[in-house]
Each structure stands twice: as C-alpha cells, then as structure tokens.
Design a protein around this ligand. Structure first.
Ligand SMILES: [Zn+2]
Length: 136
C-alpha cells in the first residue's frame, strides 16, 4: 500500500512523480498548483497556512505576480484560488454616478437658457460664470 501524497501548498492529491534521483529521492510536482517538493516522511500538511497567508497578502493588495513566486505556487493556480475564495478582496461596489448625471442635466438647462436668450447672451454668461463657480 503506497502512502498518499499531499501537496504542501494546496493539499491536492494529484501529485506527479518527477522521476527518481540517484540518491533515491523522489521529486514530486503538484498538478494543481505546480508546487515541486521532495518526499519528506516528517512532512506535515501546511496548505491551510499557505492559504491563510495568501488571504492576508491579497487583502494587503500584494500583486499575485509577487505572491506566487514567494509561496512557490503557480500564478494560474493562485488566480484560480483567489477567484474561488469568497474571503478574498471584498467587492467594492462603486457608488451610482448620480451626482455627475444630475450635474449634466443642470448644465444642459443652463446652456438651454443661454441659447434661448439669444441676443442677451452676455448677461446670461455672467449667470453661467457664477453657476460654474458654485459647482466647480
Ligand atoms: Zn498543489
């Protein structure tokens, strides 16, 4: 019965053996996250720690391109993990752009007034000036 290998980074059991070295060590490679590691009998699963670290780094807005090599995971896996994790960066829903819309309507009204007055444009451009001063 062969012992089941676990990826130290992501906990996957989809581990590929990378041949055998002369010293009898068997390098392994995780097919899920790309982590390479040797077989270590004293080895303990640490993937939950790694994920906790990733969560913290992501919250601190560290680029994934920097996290991946530091934690020895592939960028593709990291991106996948971040996308899947609901604890990742909270979605910042942008406020509805009501203010600019309202402002545009007001500007249209001002320009309409200016156009309506025709010959008295000069007087109204003064009003437009004070309007602009108030709103900018
Ligand atoms: Zn892995």
């Amino acid at each position: 019965m062969k012992p089941e290998l676990l990826c130290p980074t992501c906990g996957s059991t989809d581990i590929k053996k990378n041949g055998t070295t002369r010293r009898g060590k068997q390098p392994h490679r995780c097919r899920d996250c790309g982590r390479q590691f040797g077989q270590n009998p004293r080895w303990q699963p640490q993937f939950s720690d790694t994920k906790a670290i990733i969560d913290r780094l992501v919250v601190e807005k560290i680029p994934l391109a920097g996290i991946a090599p530091a934690l020895q995971v592939s960028e593709a896996w990291l991106q996948q993990y971040v996308n899947a994790a609901d604890t990742a960066v909270p979605q910042q829903v942008a406020g509805t752009p009501k203010a600019p819309q309202r402002f545009n309507v007001q500007m249209d009204e001002v320009w309409a007034v200016v156009a309506d007055k025709g010959n008295r444009h000069c007087r109204n451009s003064k009003a437009l000036e004070s309007f602009t001063a108030q709103h900018f």
